[in-house]
Design a protein around this ligand. Structure first.
Ligand SMILES: C[S@@+](CC[C@H](N)C(=O)[O-])C[C@H]1O[C@@H](n2cnc3c(N)ncnc32)[C@H](O)[C@@H]1O
Length: 226
């Protein structure tokens, strides 16, 4: 969730579940939910996509942000020994110190993959991290023009800033391209419950369902490629 936030750009926010998020300098919105950043990552993205139960999840994310969704997914897969492939797109990488501070003491932050990500952040792109049980690639590309894998993802995390401030990632054209990256049976999930997002998902041939939202939000959307 990306609530408009009165806090200054770059400010780090402690959320009610003990996790942190921060306010984007570029968009003036929080990267994650002020009502619980870790809770949203788990509920909307990890569980909403069924990744918590998938034996071999392949996740595609738009955009990587502070890596909160990635850490939640990493921690969940590591806990049950499920191999994880994760590809994220992020066209405006946040400063590494922000990623580090927001993650400190949080889930997944002790994992060697997270340490490797921080060590390589800001280096040659794309950033790749490979450790036993995990392959991560962060592509510094604009999702509108990036070449996406076809029929690959078991889960797609659509996590742009709000449609009001970051409308370009929620267009029918982008949503259609994202739908083609889903493997049959794959699930796209997003914190948004907006009508135009729902219509874009339906227009892309996905079966859309409203699901109870995370703390602070009534509903969110999940969409399945049958
Ligand atoms: C709400 S934040 C993502 C939070 C992130 N998923 C996390 O777990 O920390 C939205 C992110 O999408 C990125 N973004 C916005 N438009 C984009 C685009 N056209 N292509 C790639 N990334 C984009 C922003 O830079 C920002 O980091």
């Amino acid at each position: 969730m990306t609530d408009a936030d009165p806090s200054p750009a770059g400010a780090i926010l402690l959320t009610p579940d003990g996790s942190r998020t921060a306010v984007s300098a570029r968009y003036g919105e929080a990267y994650g939910s002020r009502h619980g950043a870790a809770a949203q990552a788990r509920h909307v993205f990890v569980e909403g996509s069924g990744t918590h139960a998938h034996p071999t999840p392949r996740v595609l994310e738009v955009g990587f942000g502070l890596g909160v969704n990635f850490r939640a997914t990493l921690a969940e897969c590591a806990r049950r020994g499920a191999p994880l492939e994760y590809v994220a797109y992020e066209f405006d990488p946040a400063p590494v110190d922000l990623l580090r501070e927001v993650a400190e003491g949080g889930e997944g932050s002790e994992h060697s993959a997270w340490e490797e990500l921080l060590a390589g952040w800001g280096g040659p792109a794309p950033l790749t991290v490979r450790v036993p049980g995990l392959s991560l690639t962060v592509r510094c590309e604009d999702i509108r023009t990036a070449q996406l894998p076809r029929e690959w993802a078991t889960a797609l995390y659509l996590d742009g800033f709000s449609p009001a401030r970051n409308p370009e990632v929620w267009t029918p054209e982008v949503v259609g391209r994202l739908a083609s990256a889903l493997a049959p049976g794959g699930v796209l999930t997003t914190y948004s419950a907006a009508g135009h997002v729902r219509r874009a998902l339906t227009g892309a041939g996905l079966e859309v369902e409203r699901r109870p939202g995370p703390p602070g939000k009534r509903e969110h959307l999940r969409a399945v490629r049958r």
